[in-house]
Design a protein around this ligand. Structure first.
Ligand code: HEC
Ligand code: HEC
Length: 449
């Protein structure tokens, strides 16, 4: 408007050449202005949009239960086991010591300084379930949300993404510190926690087995593991008798990665909808006709898990921000001193050359650029877990931040205890003929990525 106003007055003194020139310049400006103004506006607008998505996504990732308290509290009644009989629940209750022992983490930044001082002085009663309830009221237990009534009694409990995909830096005490979002919690014993539930009828009905069998399966998982496919195919054990559960993977370093999960189920928004609806028990809508295949996914097909509908959807509207936040999580950098830089440089040359690793693990994402799946045979491994996914393939694991999830081993089920074991596997699979020094150089590079 201001520009047009100036032009109009410029036109009114048309006899003045200087003003005519100025008018021409302004006219020219007018031709440019709308576009450049639009660009500037869009830049600011999209930055604001990005900031909003980031903020909302972080909130969802850390604190949103998607209404899954209807499952964890309402159906499993897990809150009663946490409370314990003395406080109106059942059993001995869950003390902070027990909670930490099953791998739950406490966000030290959510603790008031009085609580921190008491803990530091050894005064907080870490053996009392009442202390756990106090921590839940402070929203300090990572990934667990308590729902209290007006009298301060625990009435339900829900979980968030952070329970499995965040940990803490232990800066206050072991298990208590600042949040590390995206880091897999490899201490978390999901199976042992679910097994505390007074009512396992959801699982006995879904899987068609008794509660003792459900508990045996839950206890077979161990720390850092969860079985996302159990609710689809009902397979609890590998053919050799080992648990069918997989390691909780990192949720960082995912920008630029095509397919997600060990079995390549789909994109981030696909998998987030899958997990929130089918695993966490959130309330939303989910569609996947692949799960109608009763020969491959008998449990899912029977229960109609590929056709979940609710009139109130607490999941779908949150997927854009949740995806944005996940993509923003960088893989942690290997700290100086955690690897030998000179050996790592030699290892990188091997990774890209003689050892042929980068033919699949392509930098900078370290997964294939394009369709990132391979047959089990191409990496000399069995097909059990691949066959529990949609394509019978394994997705090439993005390798950044490997050191941050060393606990529990490598490959989907942790079959290789350390990186040298992985390298030895490839050495024989691809007949690489690596010398011991070349192997250790490769390991140093893997540690550095
Ligand atoms: C109970 C633990 C648990 C919870 C809760 C959980 N996840 Fe996962 N997540 C896993 C496991 C285990 C896998 C591997 C599944 C597979 O490959 O079959 C996985 C896989 C993933 C992946 C794929 C990573 C990759 O390497 O491609 C992403 C991304 C992810 N989860 C994000 C989320 C988000 C977001 C939420 C919340 C909506 C969530 N998860 C809730 C355990 C969990
Ligand atoms: C043919 C494609 C392919 C090639 C070549 C390949 N990988 Fe892999 N890599 C995979 C797949 C697929 C997985 C996932 C296996 C699983 O989880 O069962 C994987 C997993 C890994 C893992 C485990 C990551 C984790 O978090 O568990 C490491 C480490 C690894 N590869 C390193 C290497 C190295 C080093 C080389 C070269 C010697 C190499 N890879 C060559 C496809 C490949």
């Amino acid at each position: 408007m201001a520009v047009r106003g100036v032009l109009r007055s410029g036109g009114a003194v048309a006899g003045c050449a200087a003003l005519m020139l100025a008018g021409a310049a302004l006219l020219n400006l007018q031709g440019l202005m709308p576009a450049s103004a639009r660009d500037a506006g869009q830049g600011a607008g999209s930055r604001q949009h990005a900031n909003t998505l980031y903020r909302q996504g972080k909130q969802v990732f850390r604190f949103d239960t998607f209404g899954d308290q209807a499952f964890w509290g309402g159906s499993l009644e897990l809150h009663k086991a946490i409370e314990g009989e003395a406080l109106g629940g059942v059993g001995p209750g869950v003390s902070p010591k027990t909670a930490l022992a099953v791998g739950l983490k406490v966000d030290s930044t959510a603790l008031p300084s009085s609580v921190k001082a008491a803990l530091a002085a050894g005064k907080g009663d870490l053996d009392a379930p009442a202390t756990t309830l106090a921590l839940l009221k402070l929203n300090a237990v990572v990934g667990i949300k308590g729902f209290f009534n007006g009298k301060g009694q625990l009435r339900s409990i829900g979980v968030t993404c952070a329970v499995c995909h965040s940990t803490v830096d232990d800066s206050f005490a072991p298990g208590i510190g600042k949040r590390l979002d995206g880091w897999p919690n490899r201490d978390l014993n999901v199976g042992a926690i679910i097994a505390l539930s007074p009512d396992l009828s959801h699982f006995t009905q879904l899987l068609g087995v008794d509660a003792d069998t459900v508990r045996t399966v839950l206890h077979s998982w161990g720390p850092g593991k969860f079985d996302a496919e159990l609710a689809l195919d009902g397979k609890a054990f590998q053919p050799d008798g080992r648990s069918a559960a997989t390691l909780i993977p990192p949720a960082y370093g995912m920008a630029g990665v095509n397919l997600h999960t060990y079995e390549g189920w789909g994109s981030i928004p696909y998998w987030n909808a899958f997990v929130a609806n089918l695993e966490m028990g959130g309330i939303g809508n989910f569609f996947d006709s692949r799960l109608d295949d009763a020969s491959r996914f008998p449990v899912a097909a029977r229960a109609g898990l590929g056709h979940v509908t609710h009139s109130r959807d607490l999941i779908t509207p949150k997927l854009p921000a949740l995806q944005f936040y996940q993509l923003s999580l960088p893989a942690p950098k290997a700290p100086p001193g955690s690897f030998d830089p000179v050996a790592a440089e030699r290892g990188e040359a091997l990774f890209d050359g003689k050892a042929t690793c980068s033919s699949c693990h392509m930098p900078p994402t370290y997964t294939d650029s394009g369709w990132n799946e391979h047959t089990p045979a191409s990496i000399c491994t069995d097909a059990f877990q691949a066959d529990r996914g949609p394509d019978g393939m394994y997705r090439t694991t993005p390798l950044r931040g490997l050191l941050a999830h060393a606990k529990g081993g490598y490959y989907h089920d942790g079959r290789f205890a350390d990186l040298l074991a992985v390298v030895n596997h490839y050495d024989s699979c691809f007949s690489l003929g690596l010398s011991p020094r070349e192997k250790s150089d490769l390991v140093e590079f893997l540690k550095s990525i």
